[in-house]
Ligand binder design. Structure first.
Ligand SMILES: *Cc1c(COP(=O)(O)O)cnc(C)c1O
Length: 435
Protein backbone atom coordinates (compact mmCIF):
# COMPACT_ATOMS: atom_id res chain seq x y z
CA UNK A 1 0.00 0.00 0.00
CA UNK A 2 1.25 3.43 -0.88
CA UNK A 3 1.97 5.70 2.05
CA UNK A 4 2.18 8.79 -0.14
CA UNK A 5 -1.22 10.07 0.87
CA UNK A 6 -0.17 9.98 4.52
CA UNK A 7 3.22 11.62 3.98
CA UNK A 8 3.02 14.71 6.21
CA UNK A 9 5.35 16.48 3.79
CA UNK A 10 2.44 16.65 1.35
CA UNK A 11 0.68 18.92 3.82
CA UNK A 12 3.47 21.53 3.75
CA UNK A 13 1.91 24.72 2.33
CA UNK A 14 3.05 25.55 -1.18
CA UNK A 15 5.19 28.57 -1.88
CA UNK A 16 2.51 30.46 -3.79
CA UNK A 17 0.00 29.83 -0.99
CA UNK A 18 2.42 31.24 1.56
CA UNK A 19 3.32 34.24 -0.63
CA UNK A 20 -0.38 35.03 -1.00
CA UNK A 21 -0.88 35.47 2.74
CA UNK A 22 -1.61 39.18 3.34
CA UNK A 23 1.24 39.62 5.86
CA UNK A 24 3.67 37.89 3.54
CA UNK A 25 2.72 39.86 0.44
CA UNK A 26 2.95 43.06 2.51
CA UNK A 27 6.45 42.03 3.54
CA UNK A 28 7.39 41.46 -0.11
CA UNK A 29 6.23 45.01 -0.83
CA UNK A 30 8.16 46.40 2.12
CA UNK A 31 11.47 44.54 2.05
CA UNK A 32 11.63 42.71 -1.27
CA UNK A 33 10.91 39.25 -2.62
CA UNK A 34 14.35 37.73 -2.07
CA UNK A 35 14.53 37.92 1.69
CA UNK A 36 10.88 36.96 2.13
CA UNK A 37 11.33 34.05 -0.27
CA UNK A 38 14.27 32.84 1.80
CA UNK A 39 12.11 32.82 4.94
CA UNK A 40 9.39 30.85 3.15
CA UNK A 41 11.85 28.27 1.79
CA UNK A 42 13.49 27.98 5.19
CA UNK A 43 10.20 27.23 6.95
CA UNK A 44 9.27 24.66 4.30
CA UNK A 45 12.70 23.02 4.62
CA UNK A 46 12.33 22.80 8.39
CA UNK A 47 8.97 21.11 7.96
CA UNK A 48 10.43 18.65 5.43
CA UNK A 49 13.20 17.87 7.88
CA UNK A 50 10.61 17.20 10.57
CA UNK A 51 11.78 20.06 12.81
CA UNK A 52 8.33 21.62 12.71
CA UNK A 53 4.98 20.23 11.64
CA UNK A 54 3.41 21.24 8.32
CA UNK A 55 0.69 23.00 10.32
CA UNK A 56 3.36 25.18 11.96
CA UNK A 57 4.79 26.47 8.69
CA UNK A 58 2.51 29.50 8.39
CA UNK A 59 3.22 30.59 11.97
CA UNK A 60 6.93 30.04 11.44
CA UNK A 61 6.92 32.19 8.29
CA UNK A 62 4.97 34.96 10.01
CA UNK A 63 7.28 34.90 13.04
CA UNK A 64 10.44 35.15 10.99
CA UNK A 65 9.38 37.65 8.30
CA UNK A 66 12.16 40.21 7.84
CA UNK A 67 11.10 43.65 9.01
CA UNK A 68 13.78 45.66 7.24
CA UNK A 69 15.37 45.53 3.81
CA UNK A 70 18.84 46.20 5.24
CA UNK A 71 20.47 43.96 7.78
CA UNK A 72 21.76 46.73 10.07
CA UNK A 73 19.84 46.50 13.35
CA UNK A 74 19.14 49.48 15.58
CA UNK A 75 20.83 49.22 18.98
CA UNK A 76 19.85 50.87 22.26
CA UNK A 77 23.08 52.32 23.63
CA UNK A 78 23.13 51.69 27.39
CA UNK A 79 26.94 51.76 27.58
CA UNK A 80 27.27 55.40 28.64
CA UNK A 81 29.84 55.82 25.86
CA UNK A 82 28.53 58.72 23.81
CA UNK A 83 30.47 58.29 20.56
CA UNK A 84 30.91 54.56 20.10
CA UNK A 85 32.53 53.60 16.79
CA UNK A 86 31.22 50.02 16.79
CA UNK A 87 27.61 51.19 16.93
CA UNK A 88 27.87 53.96 14.39
CA UNK A 89 29.25 56.91 16.40
CA UNK A 90 26.85 59.87 16.53
CA UNK A 91 23.12 59.16 16.48
CA UNK A 92 21.50 61.79 14.24
CA UNK A 93 19.09 64.44 15.41
CA UNK A 94 15.48 64.31 14.24
CA UNK A 95 16.26 67.35 12.10
CA UNK A 96 19.13 65.52 10.40
CA UNK A 97 17.01 62.43 9.78
CA UNK A 98 14.29 64.59 8.26
CA UNK A 99 16.85 66.28 6.02
CA UNK A 100 18.11 62.89 4.82
CA UNK A 101 14.60 61.76 3.95
CA UNK A 102 13.95 65.03 2.12
CA UNK A 103 17.20 64.68 0.16
CA UNK A 104 16.69 61.05 -0.72
CA UNK A 105 14.90 61.69 -4.00
CA UNK A 106 15.85 64.19 -6.71
CA UNK A 107 17.20 67.27 -5.00
CA UNK A 108 18.89 70.56 -5.96
CA UNK A 109 22.31 69.50 -4.64
CA UNK A 110 24.19 70.97 -7.61
CA UNK A 111 21.53 73.11 -9.25
CA UNK A 112 20.32 76.65 -8.74
CA UNK A 113 16.58 76.32 -9.26
CA UNK A 114 16.11 80.06 -9.82
CA UNK A 115 18.50 80.23 -12.77
CA UNK A 116 18.48 76.62 -13.88
CA UNK A 117 22.29 76.76 -13.86
CA UNK A 118 24.68 74.41 -12.21
CA UNK A 119 25.52 75.50 -8.64
CA UNK A 120 28.31 74.59 -6.23
CA UNK A 121 27.67 71.23 -4.62
CA UNK A 122 26.56 71.27 -0.99
CA UNK A 123 26.53 75.06 -0.70
CA UNK A 124 24.09 74.90 2.22
CA UNK A 125 26.31 72.65 4.35
CA UNK A 126 29.33 74.83 3.61
CA UNK A 127 27.44 78.00 4.48
CA UNK A 128 26.35 76.40 7.77
CA UNK A 129 29.97 75.53 8.56
CA UNK A 130 31.16 79.02 7.74
CA UNK A 131 28.53 80.64 9.90
CA UNK A 132 29.33 78.27 12.78
CA UNK A 133 33.05 78.95 12.39
CA UNK A 134 33.40 82.52 11.04
CA UNK A 135 37.16 82.30 11.55
CA UNK A 136 37.25 80.05 8.46
CA UNK A 137 37.75 81.62 5.05
CA UNK A 138 36.61 78.45 3.32
CA UNK A 139 35.18 75.02 4.07
CA UNK A 140 34.95 71.67 2.32
CA UNK A 141 33.25 68.40 3.23
CA UNK A 142 34.67 64.99 2.29
CA UNK A 143 33.99 61.37 3.17
CA UNK A 144 35.50 61.17 6.67
CA UNK A 145 38.21 62.54 8.92
CA UNK A 146 40.87 60.33 7.39
CA UNK A 147 39.91 61.51 3.90
CA UNK A 148 40.12 65.14 5.02
CA UNK A 149 43.64 64.57 6.28
CA UNK A 150 44.70 62.65 3.16
CA UNK A 151 43.34 65.38 0.89
CA UNK A 152 45.03 68.17 2.85
CA UNK A 153 48.41 66.45 3.01
CA UNK A 154 48.26 65.27 -0.62
CA UNK A 155 47.35 68.68 -1.98
CA UNK A 156 49.99 70.48 0.08
CA UNK A 157 52.85 68.00 0.26
CA UNK A 158 52.73 65.20 -2.36
CA UNK A 159 56.29 64.49 -3.46
CA UNK A 160 57.60 66.67 -0.64
CA UNK A 161 57.89 66.41 3.13
CA UNK A 162 55.40 66.66 5.95
CA UNK A 163 57.03 67.75 9.20
CA UNK A 164 55.36 66.09 12.18
CA UNK A 165 56.20 65.38 15.82
CA UNK A 166 57.02 61.79 16.78
CA UNK A 167 54.58 62.18 19.69
CA UNK A 168 51.66 62.60 17.30
CA UNK A 169 52.03 59.60 14.99
CA UNK A 170 48.95 57.87 16.33
CA UNK A 171 46.90 54.84 15.40
CA UNK A 172 43.33 56.04 14.90
CA UNK A 173 41.69 52.66 15.45
CA UNK A 174 41.11 49.28 13.83
CA UNK A 175 44.80 49.05 12.95
CA UNK A 176 44.90 52.24 10.83
CA UNK A 177 47.93 54.36 11.58
CA UNK A 178 48.46 57.97 10.60
CA UNK A 179 52.01 57.41 9.29
CA UNK A 180 50.75 54.75 6.87
CA UNK A 181 47.81 56.89 5.82
CA UNK A 182 50.10 59.82 5.08
CA UNK A 183 52.66 57.65 3.30
CA UNK A 184 49.85 56.60 0.97
CA UNK A 185 49.62 60.21 -0.25
CA UNK A 186 53.09 60.16 -1.76
CA UNK A 187 54.47 62.64 0.75
CA UNK A 188 57.43 61.77 2.96
CA UNK A 189 57.12 62.05 6.71
CA UNK A 190 59.83 64.08 8.35
CA UNK A 191 59.55 63.09 12.00
CA UNK A 192 60.86 65.49 14.59
CA UNK A 193 61.32 65.43 18.37
CA UNK A 194 60.64 62.43 20.57
CA UNK A 195 57.57 60.61 21.86
CA UNK A 196 57.21 62.87 24.87
CA UNK A 197 58.95 66.11 23.91
CA UNK A 198 59.16 68.18 20.76
CA UNK A 199 60.36 71.78 20.60
CA UNK A 200 59.93 74.61 18.13
CA UNK A 201 63.64 74.23 17.22
CA UNK A 202 63.02 70.59 16.27
CA UNK A 203 60.49 71.75 13.70
CA UNK A 204 62.58 74.74 12.58
CA UNK A 205 65.63 72.55 11.87
CA UNK A 206 63.62 70.20 9.70
CA UNK A 207 62.05 72.88 7.53
CA UNK A 208 63.46 73.68 4.11
CA UNK A 209 62.55 73.95 0.44
CA UNK A 210 61.44 70.29 0.51
CA UNK A 211 58.78 71.02 3.15
CA UNK A 212 55.20 70.73 1.89
CA UNK A 213 53.44 71.40 5.16
CA UNK A 214 53.69 71.10 8.93
CA UNK A 215 51.20 68.66 10.44
CA UNK A 216 49.91 68.76 13.99
CA UNK A 217 47.69 65.91 15.16
CA UNK A 218 45.49 65.96 18.24
CA UNK A 219 46.29 62.61 19.90
CA UNK A 220 42.64 62.09 20.72
CA UNK A 221 42.68 58.56 22.03
CA UNK A 222 45.64 58.65 24.40
CA UNK A 223 47.53 61.02 26.57
CA UNK A 224 51.22 61.37 27.40
CA UNK A 225 51.73 62.54 30.94
CA UNK A 226 54.74 63.63 32.95
CA UNK A 227 57.84 65.10 31.30
CA UNK A 228 56.25 66.35 28.11
CA UNK A 229 56.26 69.33 25.82
CA UNK A 230 54.73 70.09 22.48
CA UNK A 231 54.57 73.11 20.26
CA UNK A 232 51.42 75.19 19.96
CA UNK A 233 49.72 75.99 16.67
CA UNK A 234 50.51 79.67 17.18
CA UNK A 235 54.24 78.87 17.35
CA UNK A 236 54.10 76.51 14.36
CA UNK A 237 52.36 79.23 12.36
CA UNK A 238 55.46 81.44 12.71
CA UNK A 239 57.63 78.94 10.83
CA UNK A 240 56.41 79.66 7.30
CA UNK A 241 55.06 76.48 5.65
CA UNK A 242 51.31 75.87 5.77
CA UNK A 243 50.17 74.31 9.04
CA UNK A 244 47.62 71.49 8.89
CA UNK A 245 45.91 70.57 12.14
CA UNK A 246 44.04 67.27 12.52
CA UNK A 247 41.66 68.11 15.37
CA UNK A 248 39.95 64.72 15.26
CA UNK A 249 36.80 65.13 17.28
CA UNK A 250 35.06 68.05 15.63
CA UNK A 251 34.20 70.58 18.31
CA UNK A 252 33.34 73.75 16.40
CA UNK A 253 33.93 76.08 19.34
CA UNK A 254 35.34 75.54 22.84
CA UNK A 255 33.23 73.47 25.24
CA UNK A 256 33.97 74.20 28.92
CA UNK A 257 33.09 70.61 29.78
CA UNK A 258 35.86 69.33 27.49
CA UNK A 259 38.67 71.76 28.29
CA UNK A 260 41.41 69.70 26.62
CA UNK A 261 39.50 69.09 23.44
CA UNK A 262 40.64 71.30 20.54
CA UNK A 263 38.06 73.20 18.51
CA UNK A 264 38.09 74.50 14.96
CA UNK A 265 37.54 78.17 15.77
CA UNK A 266 40.41 78.37 18.26
CA UNK A 267 42.77 76.42 16.00
CA UNK A 268 42.13 78.79 13.09
CA UNK A 269 42.47 81.84 15.31
CA UNK A 270 45.81 80.45 16.52
CA UNK A 271 47.09 80.42 12.95
CA UNK A 272 46.41 76.95 11.48
CA UNK A 273 45.99 77.17 7.71
CA UNK A 274 43.82 74.06 7.46
CA UNK A 275 41.95 72.19 10.21
CA UNK A 276 40.38 68.77 9.64
CA UNK A 277 37.98 66.77 11.80
CA UNK A 278 35.25 64.13 11.72
CA UNK A 279 31.56 64.92 11.33
CA UNK A 280 30.31 62.03 13.43
CA UNK A 281 32.22 62.49 16.69
CA UNK A 282 31.57 65.51 18.93
CA UNK A 283 29.92 67.45 16.11
CA UNK A 284 27.14 64.86 16.37
CA UNK A 285 26.42 64.55 12.66
CA UNK A 286 26.81 62.02 9.84
CA UNK A 287 30.11 60.41 8.89
CA UNK A 288 32.02 63.16 7.12
CA UNK A 289 35.40 64.81 6.99
CA UNK A 290 35.33 68.52 7.60
CA UNK A 291 37.99 70.84 6.29
CA UNK A 292 38.08 74.51 7.26
CA UNK A 293 40.84 76.99 6.66
CA UNK A 294 42.20 79.91 4.72
CA UNK A 295 40.12 80.48 1.61
CA UNK A 296 42.92 79.99 -0.93
CA UNK A 297 44.21 76.81 0.72
CA UNK A 298 40.73 75.28 0.90
CA UNK A 299 40.21 76.22 -2.76
CA UNK A 300 43.43 74.40 -3.63
CA UNK A 301 42.12 71.29 -1.86
CA UNK A 302 38.75 71.60 -3.58
CA UNK A 303 40.46 71.71 -7.01
CA UNK A 304 42.72 68.71 -6.34
CA UNK A 305 41.71 65.65 -8.43
CA UNK A 306 41.56 63.52 -5.29
CA UNK A 307 38.72 65.70 -3.94
CA UNK A 308 36.38 64.11 -6.50
CA UNK A 309 37.16 60.63 -5.18
CA UNK A 310 36.51 61.68 -1.59
CA UNK A 311 33.26 63.50 -2.35
CA UNK A 312 30.31 63.09 0.01
CA UNK A 313 26.81 62.21 -1.07
CA UNK A 314 23.73 64.41 -0.91
CA UNK A 315 22.41 62.59 2.16
CA UNK A 316 25.53 63.44 4.14
CA UNK A 317 25.41 67.08 3.05
CA UNK A 318 21.75 67.30 4.07
CA UNK A 319 22.34 65.68 7.46
CA UNK A 320 25.42 67.76 8.17
CA UNK A 321 23.70 71.05 7.42
CA UNK A 322 20.70 70.11 9.55
CA UNK A 323 23.00 69.00 12.38
CA UNK A 324 24.74 72.35 12.43
CA UNK A 325 21.67 74.52 11.94
CA UNK A 326 19.23 72.37 13.90
CA UNK A 327 18.48 71.90 17.60
CA UNK A 328 20.85 70.40 20.20
CA UNK A 329 22.29 67.14 18.84
CA UNK A 330 21.81 63.83 20.67
CA UNK A 331 25.59 63.79 21.23
CA UNK A 332 25.55 67.20 22.90
CA UNK A 333 22.47 66.23 24.92
CA UNK A 334 24.17 63.06 26.17
CA UNK A 335 27.40 64.88 27.00
CA UNK A 336 25.70 67.67 28.91
CA UNK A 337 22.88 65.72 30.52
CA UNK A 338 21.96 66.74 34.02
CA UNK A 339 23.45 64.51 36.70
CA UNK A 340 20.38 64.62 38.96
CA UNK A 341 18.12 63.72 36.05
CA UNK A 342 20.42 60.83 35.16
CA UNK A 343 20.18 59.57 38.73
CA UNK A 344 16.40 59.87 38.88
CA UNK A 345 16.01 58.04 35.56
CA UNK A 346 18.20 55.21 36.93
CA UNK A 347 16.15 55.07 40.15
CA UNK A 348 12.92 54.96 38.13
CA UNK A 349 14.30 52.15 35.96
CA UNK A 350 15.41 50.15 39.01
CA UNK A 351 11.98 50.59 40.60
CA UNK A 352 10.20 49.52 37.40
CA UNK A 353 12.31 46.36 37.46
CA UNK A 354 11.52 45.69 41.10
CA UNK A 355 15.14 46.31 42.10
CA UNK A 356 16.19 48.22 45.19
CA UNK A 357 17.92 51.59 45.21
CA UNK A 358 21.18 49.83 45.97
CA UNK A 359 21.20 48.59 42.38
CA UNK A 360 21.72 52.20 41.29
CA UNK A 361 25.46 52.77 41.23
CA UNK A 362 27.75 55.66 40.40
CA UNK A 363 29.63 55.15 37.16
CA UNK A 364 31.89 57.07 34.88
CA UNK A 365 30.66 57.43 31.33
CA UNK A 366 32.96 58.26 28.45
CA UNK A 367 33.00 60.48 25.42
CA UNK A 368 34.49 57.66 23.32
CA UNK A 369 35.26 57.59 19.61
CA UNK A 370 38.69 59.07 20.05
CA UNK A 371 37.51 62.08 21.98
CA UNK A 372 38.56 63.50 25.33
CA UNK A 373 39.99 60.30 26.83
CA UNK A 374 40.87 62.07 30.05
CA UNK A 375 37.47 63.53 30.81
CA UNK A 376 35.34 61.31 33.03
CA UNK A 377 31.60 61.78 32.64
CA UNK A 378 30.15 61.16 36.08
CA UNK A 379 26.83 59.37 35.96
CA UNK A 380 24.60 56.63 37.32
CA UNK A 381 23.68 53.18 36.12
CA UNK A 382 21.52 50.25 37.15
CA UNK A 383 23.71 47.24 37.98
CA UNK A 384 22.47 43.82 36.86
CA UNK A 385 24.04 40.36 36.91
CA UNK A 386 26.78 40.14 34.29
CA UNK A 387 25.06 37.44 32.22
CA UNK A 388 22.24 39.88 31.38
CA UNK A 389 24.60 41.65 28.99
CA UNK A 390 24.56 38.84 26.44
CA UNK A 391 20.79 38.33 26.66
CA UNK A 392 20.29 42.05 26.12
CA UNK A 393 22.75 42.22 23.23
CA UNK A 394 21.17 39.31 21.38
CA UNK A 395 17.58 40.31 22.17
CA UNK A 396 15.08 42.35 20.18
CA UNK A 397 15.56 45.27 20.45
CA UNK A 398 19.29 44.79 20.82
CA UNK A 399 20.58 46.57 23.92
CA UNK A 400 24.28 47.19 24.41
CA UNK A 401 25.23 47.48 28.09
CA UNK A 402 28.59 47.98 29.72
CA UNK A 403 30.24 45.07 31.50
CA UNK A 404 32.45 46.15 34.35
CA UNK A 405 33.72 44.33 37.43
CA UNK A 406 31.40 41.39 36.91
CA UNK A 407 28.31 43.56 36.55
CA UNK A 408 26.13 44.48 33.60
CA UNK A 409 25.63 48.24 33.84
CA UNK A 410 22.65 49.99 32.26
CA UNK A 411 23.61 53.64 31.80
CA UNK A 412 20.80 55.89 30.57
CA UNK A 413 23.05 58.74 29.43
CA UNK A 414 22.73 57.85 25.73
CA UNK A 415 19.21 56.43 25.90
CA UNK A 416 16.72 59.04 24.68
CA UNK A 417 13.50 59.20 26.75
CA UNK A 418 11.45 57.71 23.92
CA UNK A 419 13.53 54.50 24.15
CA UNK A 420 13.16 54.14 27.91
CA UNK A 421 10.07 51.96 27.74
CA UNK A 422 11.55 49.55 25.19
CA UNK A 423 14.72 49.38 27.26
CA UNK A 424 12.79 48.68 30.47
CA UNK A 425 10.89 45.84 28.79
CA UNK A 426 14.09 44.37 27.33
CA UNK A 427 15.82 44.43 30.72
CA UNK A 428 12.78 42.89 32.41
CA UNK A 429 12.86 40.01 29.91
CA UNK A 430 16.61 39.61 30.37
CA UNK A 431 16.26 39.45 34.13
CA UNK A 432 13.58 36.77 34.01
CA UNK A 433 15.54 34.91 31.36
CA UNK A 434 18.77 34.82 33.29
CA UNK A 435 17.69 34.58 36.94
C1 LIG B 1 38.95 59.97 14.56
C2 LIG B 1 40.22 60.60 14.12
C3 LIG B 1 40.64 60.48 12.79
C4 LIG B 1 39.87 59.68 11.76
O1 LIG B 1 38.64 60.24 11.47
P1 LIG B 1 37.52 59.33 10.74
O2 LIG B 1 36.35 60.24 10.63
O3 LIG B 1 37.30 58.15 11.60
O4 LIG B 1 38.08 58.96 9.41
C5 LIG B 1 41.82 61.10 12.41
N1 LIG B 1 42.54 61.79 13.32
C6 LIG B 1 42.16 61.94 14.60
C7 LIG B 1 43.01 62.73 15.54
C8 LIG B 1 40.99 61.35 15.05
O5 LIG B 1 40.59 61.48 16.32
Amino acid sequence: MSEAGDDPRRRIPRTDTLLALPEVSAAVEAVGADSVGAVVRDAQARARAGEITPEDVVAEVLATLPRRAASLRPVINATGVVVHTNIGRAPLSAAAVEAIVAASGYVDVELDLSTGQRAPRGAGAIAALLSAVPEAGGALVVNNGAAALVLATTALAAGREIVVSRGELVEIGDGFRLPDLIASTGARLREVGTTNRTSLQDYARAIGPQTGCILKVHPSNFRVEGFTSSVSLAELATLGPPVVFDAGSGLLRPDPMLPEEPDLATALAAGADVVTCSGDKLLGGPQAGIIVGRAEVVQRLRRHPLARALRVDKLTLAALEATMRGPVTPVAAALHCDLERLRSRAVTLAAALGLGEDSVVEVSGRVGGGGAPEVPLPGFAVALPEQCAKTLRTGDPAVLARVEKGRCLIDLRCVPPEQTEALTEAVRRALTGTS
